[in-house]
Design a protein around this ligand. Structure first.
Ligand SMILES: Cc1cc2nc3c(=O)[nH]c(=O)nc-3n(C[C@H](O)[C@H](O)[C@H](O)COP(=O)(O)O)c2cc1C
Length: 246
C-alpha cells in the first residue's frame, strides 16, 4: 500500500483538514475577543503559535490511533484486514450494524420452465460451493413453477448473494418478501438445503394446497413472512423454525 493510501486509510488527511479549519475559526474568534479587550499583540501571536504547534500532534494522533466499535485503539493493535472507515462510521452512528449482526432474507420467484431435481441440484451445487465462504445458510423450496428461498447471513454477504441470485436467468419475477435482522440462524446447519415439492406425497400436497392455495396443481407460495414460516414449519417439523422475525 502506498504512503498516500495509508495516510488516507488512517484518516490523516481528514483530521489535518478538519484541524486547520477549526484552528482558523478559533483564531478568528479569539482575535475578535482580544481586539475588543485591547489584549496585546504578543498574546494573539502566542495563541496562533500554539494552534500551529497542535497540528503535528493531531496528525500523529490520527496516524497512531483509531476509533473502533470497542473504543479507542492503537493502530498497531487493529485487524488490518478490516478497513477502518466502516468501523468508525458504525461507531459514530451508534449503529447496531456491527459485522456480527445477522439478517434473514426471504424471496419467491417464478421458475422459467418446469423445475425438477436436475435444476434444483445444479442450484444447490453452486450454493453449497459459495455459501459457506460467505457465511450464508438457508433453505430453497421449489415447486414445479416457483422458488421460495430463505437466506441467512451478515448484511453485505446477504445483499451480494441476493443480487447475484436475482440476476439468474433460470428464474424471474423475483419478489422480496422480507429482509429482517435476526438473533440467530434458523438454518445454521445448512449451507443451502433444497426441497422439491414436485416429489411431495399426495396427502401433504393436498394439506398444503388447502392451507396456502393452489396454482396450476402446485402449492401457491405465500407472499408474507409469517405464512412462509408456517409453510417451513410444516415442511421441516423437526427444525423448530418458529415464526418470522423471532
Ligand atoms: C432460485 C435460485 C437460488 C439460488 N441460491 C443461491 C445461493 O444460495 N447461493 C449462491 O451462491 N448461488 C445461488 N444461486 C445461483 C446464483 O444465481 C448464481 O448462479 C451463482 O451464485 C453463481 O455462482 P458461480 O459464479 O460460483 O457459478 C441460486 C440461483 C437460483 C435460480
Amino acid at each position: 500500500m502506498s504512503l498516500f493510501n495509508e495516510l488516507k486509510r488512517r484518516n490523516v488527511f481528514k483530521v489535518g483538514i478538519g484541524y486547520v479549519l477549526i484552528a482558523w475559526l478559533v483564531a478568528q474568534v479569539l482575535q475578535l475577543i482580544f481586539e475588543s479587550f485591547g489584549t496585546p499583540d504578543w498574546a494573539i501571536k502566542t495563541v496562533l503559535v500554539l494552534l500551529a504547534a497542535g497540528l503535528p500532534f493531531a496528525l500523529f494522533f490520527a496516524w497512531a490511533y483509531e476509533m473502533t466499535p470497542e473504543g479507542l485503539k492503537r493502530e498497531r493493535d487493529l485487524d488490518r484486514s478490516q478497513p477502518i472507515t466502516p468501523q468508525t462510521i458504525k461507531k459514530l452512528k451508534g449503529s447496531k450494524t456491527s459485522a456480527r449482526v445477522l439478517n434473514s432474507l426471504i424471496y419467491k420467484s417464478r421458475c422459467k420452465g418446469l423445475a425438477n431435481w436436475d435444476l434444483v441440484n445444479s442450484i444447490l451445487a453452486s450454493s453449497t460451493q459459495n455459501n459457506p465462504a460467505n457465511g450464508i445458510t438457508g433453505v430453497l423450496v421449489a415447486s414445479e413453477t416457483h422458488f421460495l428461498q430463505v437466506l441467512e447471513g451478515e448484511f453485505e454477504a446477504l445483499n451480494a448473494t441476493f443480487e447475484r441470485i436475482s440476476h439468474d436467468s433460470r428464474h424471474d419475477k423475483v419478489q422480496l418478501i422480507s429482509f429482517t435482522e435476526i438473533e440467530e440462524r434458523k438454518f445454521g446447519d445448512w449451507a443451502m438445503h433444497g426441497i422439491g415439492l414436485f416429489d411431495l406425497n399426495q396427502e401433504l400436497k393436498f394439506r398444503l394446497c388447502e392451507k396456502f392455495g393452489e396454482d396450476n396443481g402446485n402449492v401457491r407460495f405465500p407472499s408474507r413472512a409469517p405464512e412462509v414460516m408456517e409453510l417451513l414449519n410444516i415442511l421441516f417439523p423437526k427444525e423448530q423454525i418458529g415464526t418470522a422475525g423471532e
